[in-house]
Design a binder for this molecule. Structure first.
Ligand code: MEV
Length: 323
């Protein structure tokens, strides 16, 4: 008997990049989900079917699942999650795992973190291990580090806990659920996919070259997160929008803005949005707009064929059992 679980995608509201340097951020889970079905098998083999990342009947002996993790190898995040779980909760035989995503990987809204969160949550359900969200976060962080050696874990926290979170990437990692009801957010795909890892590296190198300039920018970003936390708690969209605009300007200064993202952001502000910014690592992926203008999607989609309004809402539920 197998089970199916799911985890949500995520968006960064404030604090991206700054959170990587032992910082803080605000992230929200969105109502577009990735499901993972898991079943035990007698043979000691890991079988993966993940059509969204073109894996069909991929098989690896359980004894070899930790070989050669690579972020370009679509099986890596599932293999590393199973490996981390098996170290804490040993089991005999093998596993068959299949995934299905409601969102496209190129949107850059957290497919890796959702797959890790859902796989670990699914395994804990399958084996009755009952790990807390905090333990899942700890294990998921480890699984992601084994594959890509970097990342704040904020996207993973959103996938596990759900809702809108204030996240502290310091030891011990802290997650605070923010009281958000109606966050008036519109999500726009910029038409281009970017590699988070490459952009995190680039920002790190820029900081190494110009620490006196980049460190104060990161400090201001962290102040923005603190102010943003207060604004979101008070549902003060004017202030939250100002802070989004300033964060976008600072991300531009870090070199992660693109012409497509910049156009979306500026056009949204001209159309009267409270705020607009890129969300996540930059270089492409999505922009977010804080607005109550119901026509903003059409205005932006008319600019360019590649741009698309995504039909997703923030503040969604975290990992959950489906069947
Ligand atoms: C990427 O979605 C967000 C970054 O802050 C990286 C991270 O938090 O791991 C750029």
């Amino acid at each position: 008997m197998g089970i199916t679980v799911s985890a949500p995608a995520k968006l960064f509201l404030l604090g991206e990049h700054a959170v990587v340097f032992d910082g803080t951020c605000i992230v929200t889970a969105v109502n577009s989900r990735l499901s993972v079905s898991l079943e035990r098998s007698d043979e000691a083999l890991l079988t993966i079917n993940a059509p969204d990342v073109r894996l069909t009947n991929y098989q690896k002996p359980m004894s070899a699942i930790s070989e050669q993790f690579d972020k370009a190898d679509a099986s890596s995040f599932i293999r590393s999650s199973v490996a981390v779980f098996a170290e804490r909760c040993a089991f005999d035989g093998g596993l068959s795992i299949s995934t299905r995503s409601e969102f496209k990987r190129e949107y850059g809204i957290g497919s890796s973190s959702a797959v890790v969160a859902a796989t670990l949550f699914g395994l804990s359900q399958l084996f009755g291990a009952e790990f807390s969200h905090e333990e899942l976060l700890h294990m998921g962080f480890e699984a992601i580090q084994r594959v890509q050696q970097l990342g704040s874990g904020a996207d993973l926290a959103a996938a596990i806990y759900g809702g809108t979170l204030y996240y502290e990437n310091r030891s011990p990692r802290t997650v605070v659920a923010l009281p958000v009801e109606n966050l008036p957010l519109v999500v726009i795909y910029s038409g281009y996919k970017a590699s988070t890892v490459d952009y995190v590296w680039e920002v790190g190198k820029l900081r190494d070259r110009h620490p006196e300039v980049i460190n104060p920018i990161i400090e201001v970003m962290l102040t923005i997160v603190e102010q943003g936390r207060l604004a979101i708690e008070e549902a003060n969209w004017q202030t939250f929008g100002d802070l989004m605009n300033i964060q976008h300007g600072l991300l531009h200064a870090l070199g992660v803005d693109t012409s497509s993202l910049a156009h979306i952001v500026l056009r949204a502000r001209e159309a009267g949005a409270w705020g607009a910014k890129l969300s996540g690592a930059g270089g492409g992926d999505c922009a977010i707009i804080l607005t109550d203008n119901p026509h903003i999607g059409t205005i932006l989609e008319d600019m360019n064929d590649r741009i698309a309004k995504l039909d997703i809402q923030p503040n969604a539920e975290g990992v959950r059992l489906e069947i």
